[in-house]
Design a protein around this ligand. Structure first.
Ligand SMILES: [Zn+2]
Length: 75
């Protein structure tokens, strides 16, 4: 029985250009917002992406995810 040569040409190289932005490395502004669920005032970060700002914050009290549409800055 002879071993068949196996080709790995179908294996694709990793796409190094496809990089998900790391939130830890983005510049940010501090803001203070109010949770729409439990009304708790808290500090939140507005991340500065390359083309847009990211307003996403998880409430420290109830865990609710506050997105841009519900972002109510108190400053
Ligand atoms: Zn909350």
């Amino acid at each position: 029985m002879s071993m068949k040569k196996t080709s790995f040409t179908t294996q694709k190289p990793l796409l190094e250009t496809y990089v998900v932005p790391d939130p830890e490395q983005l510049p940010f502004d501090n803001d203070q917002i109010k949770c729409p669920k439990c009304k708790k005032l808290q500090e939140a970060k507005i991340l500065h992406g390359r083309a847009e700002y990211y307003k996403v914050h998880q409430c420290t009290n109830c865990g609710y995810i506050i997105r841009e549409g519900e972002w109510r800055s108190t400053r």
